[in-house]
Design a protein around this ligand. Structure first.
Ligand code: THU
Length: 133
């Protein structure tokens, strides 16, 4: 799938955002190595901290479909400027795809391409083997 199609899917997904508090809609399109696309949009809550970001909505769909090998995330927001994934979403994405490609866009349709490792160079890793009781 080409990048413009992935951007179109992310923008389309943003139309399903539930964002009455911020009025800022975000859409994510996540493509797996198998070529499957999972989309998500932000879902806000009256208790603001319970808001679910678009990227996390998309990654949960992919993982629940048993498709954990993720290739590229594309993000679109309703603001003028480039939209970057928040820190919490970067950490969640890193759990499944430390080498994920991340495409961010602005409202005019310009894009920038990054690697997750650039955006979150020191990812928290929990080594179960090292866990002591
Ligand atoms: N938001 C996302 O969906 N993804 C991000 O990475 C940053 C922020 C949403 C959450 C909230 O609904 C709105 O943008 C404003 O913060």
């Amino acid at each position: 799938m080409d990048k413009s199609e992935l951007i179109r899917l992310a923008r389309e997904a943003s139309k399903k955002a539930y964002c009455p508090y911020s009025n800022f809609s975000v859409g994510a399109a996540l493509i797996s190595r198998q070529g499957q696309v999972y989309t998500g949009a932000n879902v806000e809550n009256a208790s603001y901290g319970l808001t679910i970001c678009a990227e996390r909505a998309a990654v949960v769909k992919a993982v629940n479909a048993g498709d954990m090998e993720l290739d590229t995330l594309c993000l679109c927001g309703s603001g003028e400027e480039y939209i970057y994934p928040c820190g919490a979403c970067l950490q969640v994405l890193a759990e499944f795809a430390p080498d994920l490609k991340v495409i961010v866009t602005d409202r005019r349709g310009n894009l920038r391409e990054h690697q997750l490792i650039e955006l979150l160079p020191f990812q928290f890793q929990f080594n179960v083997e090292e866990k002591t009781l």
